[in-house]
Design a binder for this molecule. Structure first.
Ligand SMILES: CC(C)(COP(=O)(O)OP(=O)(O)OC[C@H]1O[C@@H](n2cnc3c(N)ncnc32)[C@H](O)[C@@H]1OP(=O)(O)O)[C@@H](O)C(=O)NCCC(=O)NCCS
Length: 320
């Protein structure tokens, strides 16, 4: 086995995609999304990625990095994907990873893995503990009838796509940022989410290759933003991916989230997509209730695992 640094070349991104396809055909790599993420990393972010080769053939990818979502200080996210024939290499990769991570002195390592992936058993055997679970779920628009769920919007409220709003103006972007920060604070995650600073959010949002300004919907009361849902292009065939959905507390239980999701489903159909995917915390009963009513079908859970503190053997050199 050889481990070499990932070169961030187009060829290595293709290598990454091929490894991921072999490791988890049900969960292919969002190549455009990953390249966008890598391009928008802050100078201060940690990002180390390696390709694992056997006999000159790439059989795995391994990385540790500042988490993309929720970039909490002192936390590093680890990920690895191995061709199923080489899954046992994780035992050899683990000490390599720990040695590389040690100089960063993380207070915590985290990993996000599906409950049915082998990484789940391996990482829990290394002492990682479950923090929270999310369900990815999928709506098949071929069997979706919105009619029984449709209601008139409450008076004074409208739903408009981003494309009909001044979304390239900074004043509007700041209002949207404020809305997203407020709503992220209400998502029932195990710990409060650390939001991106405005400039990073602006770059990641509006330069996202998957952004669909016609599929990103805002609920407004006059010009005041009160809720949103958003669909993004997906690397999966015939699919759109849901981002954040939320409604300000002052406007909840008036059917706005449901109306936003119905509007998004209508867009997805017109766009020619068959599937809408979404991901929700298992504790998010309100959002799950809406998605269940719409007919979203759940996949195995994705589990956030954490190891704290990161184990460091005495006398470990910590050399890079
Ligand atoms: C989840 C959320 C978007 C719901 O917004 P909303 O506009 O209040 O939802 P709706 O009024 O459209 O609710 C439609 C139905 O969903 C169910 N529902 C909504 N909120 C619920 C709650 N708190 N408890 C139980 N069921 C709920 C009900 O069946 C409701 O119909 P009803 O009011 O006639 O009983 C809102 O609570 C929110 O913004 N939460 C914080 C952000 C978040 O967690 N977003 C999801 C992460 S992606």
């Amino acid at each position: 086995m050889q481990i070499r640094p990932f070169s961030f070349s187009p060829a290595d991104y293709q290598t990454y995609a091929a490894v991921r396809r072999a490791a988890h055909p049900e969960s292919p790599l969002d190549l455009a999304g990953l390249e966008h993420l890598d391009r928008t990393r802050a100078q201060s972010d940690v990002l180390a990625r390696f390709v694992v080769e056997v006999g000159g053939e790439a059989v795995g990818v391994l990385e540790y990095a500042t988490p993309y979502y929720d970039p909490r200080p002192g936390v590093l996210e680890v990920q690895y994907y191995l061709h199923p024939r080489y899954q046992a290499l994780e035992r050899a990769l683990w000490p390599f990873l720990l040695e590389r991570v040690a100089p960063h002195q993380p207070q915590m390592l985290q990993a996000s893995v599906r409950e049915d992936w082998p990484q789940y058993s391996f990482l829990t055997a290394q002492g990682f503990a479950e923090v929270e679970r999310r369900w990815v779920s999928v709506l098949d628009l071929a069997h979706f009838d919105p009619t029984p769920l449709a209601r008139p919007l409450p008076p004074g409220l409208t739903i408009q796509p981003l494309s009909a709003l001044p979304w390239q103006e900074e004043a509007f972007q700041r209002d949207l940022y404020a809305l997203e920060i407020e709503l992220l604070g209400d998502v029932p995650s195990a710990q409060p989410i650390t939001p991106w600073p405005f400039e990073l959010w602006q770059e990641r949002t509006f330069q996202d290759p998957n952004l669909l300004p016609d599929g990103f919907f805002l609920a407004l009361e006059g010009a005041h933003l009160v809720g949103l849902t958003m669909l993004f292009k997906s690397h999966r065939p015939q699919t759109l991916q849901t981002g954040l959905t939320g409604v300000r507390q002052s406007h909840r239980r008036r059917g706005l989230a449901l109306a936003l999701k119905l509007r998004a489903a209508e867009f997805a159909r017109a766009y020619g997509a068959r599937y809408i995917r979404t991901s929700n915390h298992q504790t998010n009963r309100p959002m799950l209730a809406i998605n269940e009513a719409l007919g979203f079908v759940k996949e195995p859970a994705t589990v956030l695992l954490r190891l704290s503190p990161a184990p460091q053997k005495p006398g470990q050199s910590g050399s890079q």
